[in-house]
Design a protein around this ligand. Structure first.
Ligand SMILES: CC(C)(COP(=O)(O)OP(=O)(O)OC[C@H]1O[C@@H](n2cnc3c(N)ncnc32)[C@H](O)[C@@H]1OP(=O)(O)O)[C@@H](O)C(=O)NCCC(=O)NCCS
Length: 207
C-alpha cells in the first residue's frame, strides 16, 4: 500500500464480503454472518451499505436502513489496524450524506453502553443519547444506548457537518500513517470468498 494511497468510500458489493467479514470478526463479539450481509445487499431495498478502501483494500464499512424519514445505522466498523486515523469519521460523514440524499430527517442508532470509542465518535457528529434498550445485546445482556441526531437539514447539524468535513480535508490522509503490515491480501475484493459462512448465526443490529 503506497503512501499516496487515497481513502475512498463507495457502495458495498457482494465481492467485498470476504474483506468485510475479516473486519467484522475482529470488531464484534457476535459478528453478522456472510449471508446476513448478502441478504442485506440483495434483498433489502431499505438498506444501503458503504465500504472505505485504501488502494483496493477494505479498511471499514457501515450501513443504514432508511425507513420513511429516519436513517438507522445498522453496522459500522474500521479495521483494527487502521483506527484513529479519521476513517470512521469519513465513513460516518458518507452515511450522513447518504441519509440526507435519501430524504432522512434524522439519523439514529444503538450502541453498547460500554463502547466509549463509538459513543465519542457519534457524539462528535451530533448524536445525542435519547434512551436505553435494556439487555439489547444477546451475548452478554448489555444495555444499548439509543442515540439520535438533531434534524439533518437544520443549521446545527449542517454547520457541524461542514466544519468537521473541512477539518478532515485539512488533516493528513489516513494512509500517510497507516501500518499496512496487518492488512492482508484477503481484504481485497474478488479474492476467494473463504470467509463466507464461517461466522456465528446471530445478526442483531449493533449500531
Ligand atoms: C468506533 C470505530 C468505528 C471508530 O473508527 P475510527 O476510524 O478509529 O474513528 P476515527 O479515527 O474517525 O475517530 C474519530 C473520533 O472518534 C472518537 N474515537 C475513536 N476512537 C476512540 C477511542 N479509542 N477512544 C475515544 N474516542 C475515540 C474520537 O471522538 C475521535 O475524534 P478525535 O480524533 O478528534 O478524538 C472503531 O473504533 C471500530 O471499528 N470499533 C469496533 C466496532 C464498533 O464498535 N462499531 C460501532 C458499533 S455501534
Amino acid at each position: 500500500m503506497s503512501a499516496r494511497s487515497m481513502l475512498k468510500v463507495r457502495p458495498m458489493g457482494i465481492g467485498d464480503l470476504p474483506g468485510v467479514q475479516l473486519i467484522e470478526r475482529s470488531s464484534f463479539s457476535t459478528p453478522w454472518p456472510a449471508h446476513a450481509y448478502r441478504q442485506e445487499l440483495e434483498g433489502n431495498r431499505l438498506a444501503h451499505y458503504l465500504v472505505a478502501t485504501l488502494d483496493r483494500a477494505i479498511v471499514g464499512y457501515g450501513g443504514i436502513w432508511v425507513m420513511v424519514d429516519e436513517a438507522h445505522i445498522t453496522t459500522f466498523a474500521v479495521h483494527p489496524g487502521f483506527r484513529r486515523r479519521g476513517i470512521g469519521e469519513r465513513l460516518l460523514l458518507a452515511l450522513l450524506d447518504l441519509s440526507i440524499a435519501r430524504q432522512a430527517r434524522e439519523a439514529t442508532l444503538e450502541v453498547r453502553l460500554s463502547n466509549l470509542a463509538a459513543r465519542r465518535l457519534y457524539e462528535k457528529y451530533g448524536f445525542r443519547p435519547v434512551g436505553i434498550r435494556p439487555r439489547y445485546y444477546s451475548d452478554d445482556g448489555e444495555d444499548a444506548l439509543i442515540m439520535t441526531t438533531p434534524p439533518l437539514l437544520e443549521g446545527e447539524m449542517q454547520g457541524r457537518i461542514v466544519e468537521l468535513r473541512e477539518m478532515l480535508d485539512a488533516g493528513p490522509s489516513p494512509s500517510s500513517t497507516a501500518d499496512a503490515s496487518d492488512i492482508g491480501e484477503a481484504m481485497v475484493p474478488d479474492d476467494a470468498a473463504e470467509a463466507e459462512g464461517v461466522l456465528a448465526e446471530t445478526s442483531e443490529a449493533r449500531s
